[in-house]
Design a protein around this ligand. Structure first.
Ligand code: HEC
Ligand SMILES: [Cu+2]
Length: 362
């Protein structure tokens, strides 16, 4: 009777026991992921086993020893040495085993291999910047090679953030005034989620990125391209290149005139076009010209617009570098082209580097 039932249950059970698929874990895409899942599964199974055992026995005793008229009321046993030794020693062995496996995993997760590829990560409200050894800088997109250890060296420019890549089973706080590291080795190419896992303000839930994993040779190409594409944009297209960096400003500056914590770029643009001026926090007035816009990006703490907080990240201009700052200045000056009707114009990097080239034979 029992055998056929077991025959169908067991394969189903072993299929779910396979690390990664049980208890709703996401796909496994790093070398550490199977180990993390294994220890998680083991602990959960042990917990489930004892939960069923203890609650089952409790339920049984409740019924078996319920208060009836036929049972004599005697005082219960006070002591049982073999039983007490058993329920102490078995959990002790289990807990020591879990600690041992957990410690091993912890040491592995916190010790990046010597030959790791290093990427600098900056967390800011509310986006991620990834800087590569070759000078490439990407916002919210982390490119990594498959099959090579990658070490993230992370810092925050404002509050505490945390990098969390579920498919890699890694998570690490990013703390102001401190450098934290995190490493992983991706085992599959593809495109995975990256979340900020520390509540960091009103738009915390928007602070999401992607991890793109490539074959090593493809990675080299992608990263070269990421470092050089802006230099290939023809001068007359530079304002459109700004569309690629606007996501670094989007949490504070809108394009359609609505107010977040900073003036909308539409407002700045309109002032620029009409030769308008701004009253600053120190009471002085300044014409909104190209110079003013550039200065506002390069030195956010100077020229603070009246009634606004001076909360623009001070390092943002340095991080962008001259070429991209120039792109942003023109992006704002020509907002009617870069964001017509308050909608960011959709252009790809490939288009930007080819748009300016005259079609051959015409
Ligand atoms: C964390 C919020 C925040 C981010 C991100 C941010 N800014 Fe600002 N920005 C402000 C605030 C607040 C002001 C107004 C106070 C001041 O002038 O410093 C401002 C002012 C400005 C001004 C002057 C606008 C005017 O109308 O006078 C410019 C230009 C500007 N920012 C450009 C940028 C660019 C370009 C980016 C992205 C690369 C950016 N900002 C990212 C908060 C931000
Ligand atoms: Cu965050």
């Amino acid at each position: 009777m029992i055998a056929p039932g077991l025959n169908s249950i067991l394969p189903a059970l072993t299929a779910t026991i396979r690390p990664g698929s049980i208890f709703g874990m996401p796909e496994q895409a790093s070398t550490i992921a199977p180990n993390v899942d294994l220890i998680y599964d083991i602990i959960t199974w042990i917990s489930l086993f004892f939960f069923v055992l203890i609650v089952g026995v409790m339920g049984y005793f409740m019924v078996r020893y319920r208060r009836t008229t036929h049972v004599a009321n005697t005082s219960g046993p006070t002591h049982n040495t073999p039983l007490e030794v058993t329920w102490t020693v078995i959990p002790l062995i289990l807990v020591i085993a879990i600690f041992y496996v957990g410690l091993q995993g912890y040491v592995r997760i916190t010790t990046p291999p010597e030959n790791s590829y290093e990427i600098q990560v900056t967390g800011q409200r509310w986006f991620w910047t990834f800087n590569y050894p070759n000078g490439a800088s990407e916002t919210n997109v982390l490119h990594v090679p498959k099959g090579r250890p990658v070490k993230l060296v992370m810092r925050s420019d404002d509050v505490i953030h945390a990098v969390f890549i579920p498919a890699f089973r890694v998570k690490q706080d990013v703390v102001p005034g401190r450098r934290t590291t995190l490493w992983f080795e991706a085992t599959r190419t593809g495109d995975f989620d990256l979340f900020c896992a520390e509540y960091c303000g009103t738009q915390h839930s928007q602070m999401v990125g992607r991890v793109m994993v490539y074959e090593p040779d493809e990675f080299e190409v992608v990263i070269e391209e990421a470092a050089r594409w802006i230099d290939k944009v023809p001068d007359e297209m530079l304002h459109l290149a700004g569309t690629q960096f606007y996501n670094q400003c989007a949490s504070c500056h809108t394009l359609d005139g609505s107010k977040l914590i900073a003036p909308s770029f539409k407002e700045t643009h309109d002032l620029f076009v009409n030769g308008g001026s701004r009253t600053l926090a120190d009471g002085t007035t300044v014409i909104v010209d190209e110079q003013y816009i550039r200065h506002s990006i390069l030195d956010p703490l100077a020229d603070v617009v009246d009634t606004y907080p001076s909360s623009m990240p001070p390092g943002i201009g340095t991080q962008l570098g001259d070429h991209k700052v120039e792109a942003m200045v023109r992006f704002i000056m020509r907002l009617d082209e870069t964001a017509p009707d308050g909608q960011l114009k959709e252009v790809t990097r490939a288009e930007l580097t080819e748009l300016g080239v005259e079609p051959e034979g015409e």
